[in-house]
Design a protein around this ligand. Structure first.
Ligand SMILES: [Ca+2]
Length: 93
């Protein structure tokens, strides 16, 4: 099963959100603080399996980037930057 982990803070710290498939709006997932959600909060990403596409806006819109298995300790220099991620598409298992 494909697995991607979003991390609230850089270097894989803070709250973590495990994804096993696409999500069109990260606002639908609750965050680690009362009243907060995962929209525009991701600061590092772990991909354990699968190939994924990450989007700046909900419903797979805006700037995007494709990433495969690996560890991405921060979003510096990526098309979808720090605290910008709003939707995630699973491209292949
Ligand atoms: Ca966004």
């Amino acid at each position: 099963m494909a697995q991607c982990i979003l991390h609230w803070d850089e270097n894989f710290t803070g709250n973590a959100l495990v994804l096993n498939g696409s999500i069109s709006n990260l606002s639908d997932r609750s965050g680690d603080l009362p009243g907060k959600d995962w929209n525009d909060e991701t600061s590092s990403i772990t991909i354990n399996s699968g190939r994924w596409k990450f989007f700046e806006h909900v419903n797979f819109q805006g700037a995007s980037m494709e990433l495969g298995v690996g560890q991405y300790p921060n979003m510096h220099g990526f098309p979808v930057g720090d605290n910008q991620l709003s939707s995630v598409q699973l491209l292949s298992e």
